[in-house]
Design a protein around this ligand. Structure first.
Ligand code: SF4
Ligand code: SF4
Length: 255
């Protein structure tokens, strides 16, 4: 059987999701045997040639050059999968979408005039058709492995669409929201991380992004009743999936 050609691409991101792929450890040798790694700058300097069966894309679109690059990747790829919060929802860097980009540039860089950037950081799906999205900051190695395996079997990946609370209950972890009035985003966040934070008695801060149909305003009302200010609620949502949580809310503007 001809091995499918895979490419791994990076846009604006920290490389953490690509590392999740390299961290597959037990499956990595199988992965290299089953796929032809046609492009993966984190692992090899092989130049990109020809068409791809699958492209894993990390990072958001933050520059004009990236915008044309992602269109070029899409044109040569059969299936395009975004990996992680930056590629899927714009990432932490999308905080600037609600601010003046020049204020940021002047505050951060000693020579702001040489910085080429778009005013907004946007997810890959704002620019090209995306076949499948994997959330997380970083993406889960298990979900990556499941997605690649499903591609080989020509089936839909078995990635949960329910909330983190379901996973939490299954593991028998005492609820931080109920027992301690802790501001846990579990009820509105996608499952998939293995309940990392609540299992360490820390509230979820939403790195897997909002689950579909999440009633975020209702959860924020619960947080407010337990003493959180409007400002604190905004800080909870404004992290690596700020754009997705804001869009998923039933009303616009700060809480
Ligand atoms: S601790 Fe958080 S994730 Fe777990 S059940 Fe409670 S609200 Fe849901
Ligand atoms: S519990 Fe929430 S913040 Fe922690 S890893 Fe999971 S999704 Fe991310």
């Amino acid at each position: 059987m001809k091995r499918p050609r895979i490419g791994v691409f990076k846009f604006t991101s920290c490389d953490g999701c690509q590392l999740s792929l390299l961290n597959l450890e037990d499956e990595l040798l199988d992965f290299v045997g089953l796929f032809q790694v046609a492009y993966f700058r984190e692992a090899t300097d092989r130049p990109l040639r020809g068409h791809l069966d699958i492209a894993l894309v990390e990072g958001s679109v933050s520059t004009e050059r990236q915008r044309s690059h992602v269109v070029a990747v899409r044109e040569r790829t059969r299936y395009l999968v975004t990996v992680g919060a930056c590629a899927t929802s714009g990432g932490l860097q999308a905080l600037r979408n609600w601010a003046d980009i020049d204020d940021y540039k002047n505050a951060v860089y000693p020579s702001p005039a040489i910085i080429e950037t778009l005013p907004c950081s946007t997810p890959i799906s704002d620019h090209v058709y995306v076949d499948y999205e994997l959330w997380g900051c970083p993406v889960s190695s298990d979900e990556l492995s499941e997605t690649l395996g499903s591609f080989l079997l020509d089936k839909r990946p078995g990635i949960p669409g329910y909330s983190l609370c379901m996973e939490c209950k299954r593991k028998g972890i005492p609820c931080l929201l109920i027992a301690r009035s802790a501001p846990c985003l579990g009820p509105v966040t996608r499952a998939g991380c293995g309940v990392l934070c609540p299992s360490l008695e820390r509230p979820c801060y939403g790195c897997f992004g909002p689950k579909e149909g999440a009633n975020i305003d209702s959860l924020l009302n619960v947080f407010r009743k337990s003493g959180l200010s409007h400002h604190d609620c905004a800080l909870l949502l404004d992290k690596m999936n700020t754009s997705a949580y804001r869009k998923a809310r039933t009303r616009e503007g700060p809480p």
